[in-house]
Design a protein around this ligand. Structure first.
Ligand code: ADP
Ligand code: MG
Length: 787
């Protein structure tokens, strides 16, 4: 007999099998009564409000349950509801061990996961389609009588099973390619009537359905009986779920209906009604139900495009919590104590005098925004966005000098070694004249050089430290870090920002990106940062002329390079780097360099740059190119970010169709940096996908980074746009920042507005909201402390 025990906090712990014996499921409600003789009587179910709170251990399923540290404040009902959402799928009716495993593979471990695994598409099965009206490309339900059925073979000798089915309106062929013929012959007999489900395809002039599902008509019944017997799969708009191998739509629909019917009530409506009401959005429960089990009057197109009110409501819910998290984070930063820098102009004025040009208006404006932040007694968290070549480096250097004027150190972090080295060169050149000490720290540095540099950082004698992510490694210690600059933020995760921040005592943080992030995306990704935009290029830049060239025009492309070189200019030839086979790309680039220098331009000086080269080799090549000791630089995409050689006026991109749009734009930004007319030639064999062609056409049509980013976002979707893992893009289930931009805006306003009224979310009724926020995004946004 299993034993009931008393836990340390005086909770009665009832073993699972005893609970099962009492018919009390996990997360179930137990009523307890003390009888005269001192016996405790347990009963399952009953009215929740009447019973005492079930001790945690007593009702927990044996499987792990996500913990909710702040349960105590919640009402009993909420606590129970929470638990129910965490119910494991194995406790759902009809879900055995095997199905549990399959569902888990699909990411569905709990009832909550299931409720949010939304269909990715819907099929209209409200009515039977007459056979004559079956349309290729659509899935349909139709009924009919089998006219004939037999084994057949293709011209190539491949055997398949074929049946001809007809109703009053016409006939259609059904085919199976891997079926057992003996079995098929027994089942598919001429004269049988059934209901069929499948996708209609076009084969020559003939419409066919391959591998249809079938429900046979039993004797004495009619078609309507079949439909009525399975209301989950017939007579309605049915959901189509993302599956995993071994899992069928039929099973999935049944399980989902079970979950929706049984657990929908456990979903809590957390967003305050005054926020939802004016937006005319349905509640969360209704929305989730309608997406799993669309009502008969729902619009099929709207459902399939994710544009129903239910979709919008869930998108709003997702955006709202994310934006609320960002708002809370932003508020947290503004409350923190930071360094109040003073602007003495000691170095900045001097630097301005040393420059051969004036700052652009946009640079000056952004700089004054940065200054205001730096002077404030709270840490700066600012994002500077500016197209390639807009002069972000200089802005960063100015900000760095302000910190140095105040006796603080600065860390400048770049995504690649080449870029870090280039920044170092630019900055070091000015700093030497100013009498400011710099240090370079990269992952490629070894031994003495590195320990010497690190020593100078730790002692504080290095005032501006430039490097790759090596700068934020554990071993690097700053004496007095006052400002951290992250260049090309999209290459770094959100985490890096946090680590850099911890290298000092609440230093200011400046983030720079050349990816002109569309507004909706910036709001989602960097909503906790203040934004400055350098929306002006230095004068005298002419837009880069861009042309697509097919392989047949290669001689003319080479002639163009030769012409530029003849005029004293330089050229880039870029090769794609496909991740899976870095080696073969390397070969492609080095073979190309070889080929160009021997066969095509024997009289020109050709250099090669790729990611596998040692840092000093790379630097030597880059240095030679900058010093005009090379005419043509053949490179992989290591050249992509930030490299600055104004005398280079032509860029040829090989296999241009293989590159992403933003990447092409970044690459192209390497030319057109001086006042001379520059060209970018996109070489392609012409065998590209629709998207590939679209990308190249966009490149031809515009130099505007924002338009390119928007087009890129549209072609690729937000996940790929920045590389989802690196970018810190939150993984919304329904919300789509492209489609739902308007909703995002509303959610942002609502979230920031709410926080203005109730900065700590401490008002009555906001407790559960805060709890849910911490549960969803607490870790991700490092909000836990605000608790
Ligand atoms: P990015 O914003 O892409 O990082 P950089 O900071 O590398 O751009 O600047 C690109 C080039 O423009 C550099 O050669 C830089 O010296 C030059 N530059 C920066 N600001 C100005 C300016 N105000 N006028 C003219 N040239 C400038
Ligand atoms: Mg740059």
């Amino acid at each position: 007999m299993p034993k009931v025990t008393l836990s340390s906090n005086n909770a009665l712990v009832i073993p699972p099998d005893l609970l099962a014996h009492l018919g009390i499921g996990p997360g179930g409600v137990v009523s307890v009564e003390l009888e005269a003789g001192g016996a405790l009587v347990l009963r399952g179910a009953g009215d929740a409000s009447r019973c005492a709170a079930p001790p945690k251990e007593a009702v927990e399923s044996p499987a792990p349950v996500r913990s909710h540290p702040k349960d105590d404040g919640a009402t009993l009902k909420e606590a129970i509801a929470r638990k129910n959402l965490q119910t494991r799928m194995q406790f759902i009716k009809g879900v055995g061990p095997k199905l549990t495993e399959l569902l888990e593979k699909r990411g569905v471990a709990t009832v909550e996961d299931a409720l949010y695994l939304l269909p990715h598409r819907y099929e209209d099965r409200r009515e039977l389609t007459p056979v004559a009206r079956l349309k290729p490309g659509f899935s349909a339900v139709f009924s009919g009588k089998v006219l004939s059925a037999d084994i057949a073979a293709t011209k190539g000798g491949r055997r398949f099973f074929e049946a001809l089915v007809a109703d009053d309106s016409g006939s259609i062929t059904l085919k199976w390619f891997n079926a057992n013929p003996t079995f098929m012959k027994r089942v598919w007999k001429a004269g049988r009537t059934g209901v069929f489900v499948g996708e209609v395809t076009q084969f020559g002039f003939q419409r066919e359905v391959h591998h249809p599902d079938v429900e046979w008509l039993a004797e004495g019944k009619d078609i309507q009986d079949i439909l009525d017997a399975d209301p989950v799969n017939f007579g309605r708009i049915v959901p189509v779920y993302p599956l995993t191998e071994g899992l069928s739509q039929k099973v999935m629909r049944r399980v989902m209906k079970e979950v929706v019917d049984g657990f929908l009530g456990s979903l809590q409506e957390l967003i305050p009604t005054p926020i939802l009401k004016p937006l005319l959005l349905p509640g969360l429960r209704q929305s989730v139900r309608e997406l799993h089990l669309p009502p008969p009057e729902a619009g099929l197109d709207d459902l399939n495009q994710g544009r129903t009110p239910a979709h919008r409501a869930i998108a709003f819910d997702e955006f709202f919590f994310w934006e609320l998290g960002l708002a809370l984070k932003k508020r947290g930063v503004t409350l923190e104590e930071g360094i109040a820098f003073q602007v003495t102009h000691r170095y900045t004025k001097q630097l301005a005098k040393m420059l051969p040009f004036e700052l652009t208006g946009a640079q000056r404006r952004v700089l004054s925004e940065i200054k205001a932040d730096m002077m404030a007694p709270h840490p700066m968290h600012r994002l500077v966005q500016g197209d390639v070549g807009s002069g972000k480096t200089l802005v960063a250097l100015m900000a760095a000098l302000i910190a140095v004027e105040n006796g603080y150190q600065v860390a400048i972090m770049a995504p690649t070694e080449i870029l870090a080295e280039q920044h170092w060169h630019t900055i070091h050149r000015f700093c030497k004249e100013l009498g400011v000490e710099t240090a370079l720290i990269t992952a490629g540095m070894k031994g003495k050089a590195k320990s010497e540099a690190m020593g100078r950082v730790a002692s504080g004698s290095a005032q501006i430290v430039i490097g790759t992510h090596a700068v934020i490694q554990d071993k690097v210690e700053f004496a007095r870090l006052g400002l951290g600059v992250i260049d090309e933020q999209h290459r770094f995760g959100v985490l890096q920002r946090g680590i850099l921040k911890k290298k000092g005592a609440n230093p200011d943080i400046l983030v720079m990106t050349a990816t002109p992030i569309p507004r909706t995306l910036a709001m989602t990704l960097f909503g906790d940062l203040s934004l400055s935009v350098i929306d002006e290029l230095p004068p005298g830049r002419t837009p880069v002329e861009t042309r697509i060239a097919f392989e047949s025009r290669r001689p003319q492309v080479y002639a163009a390079i030769r012409e530029e070189v003849r005029q004293g200019r330089q050229a880039y030839v870029i090769y794609p780097l496909v991740e899976e086979s870095e080696k073969s790309d390397l070969k492609a680039a080095s073979q190309m360099a070889e080929h160009l220098s021997q066969a095509v331009f024997p009289d020109l000086r050709i250099g090669l740059l790729h990611g596998r080269m040692a840092p000093d080799e790379k630097e030597a090549v880059m240095g030679a190119f900058k010093a005009r000791e090379l005419d043509v630089l053949v490179s992989t995409t290591v050249i992509e970010v930030g490299i600055d050689v104004p005398n280079a006026t032509v860029m040829v991109i090989e296999h241009a169709e293989r590159f992403g749009l933003s990447q092409l734009h970044q690459l192209r930004g390497r030319v057109g940096r001086g006042s001379a007319r520059s060209r970018c030639i996109l070489l392609t064999a012409g065998k590209f996908s629709d998207d590939g062609e679209k990308r190249l056409r966009v490149m031809e049509s515009t130099n505007d980074g924002f338009r390119i980013a928007e087009a890129d976002l549209e072609i690729r979707g937000p996940g790929d746009f920045l590389g989802i893992r690196q970018s810190g893009m939150p993984d919304f289930r329904v919300a789509n920042i492209l489609r739902d931009g308007g909703i995002l805006e509303q959610a942002r306003q609502a979230a920031f507005g709410l926080l203005e009224q109730d900065p700590e979310l401490s008002a009555v009724g906001h407790g559960p909201l805060k709890e849910e926020l911490l549960r969803r995004w607490g870790q991700r946004l490092e909000l836990a402390l605000i608790g």
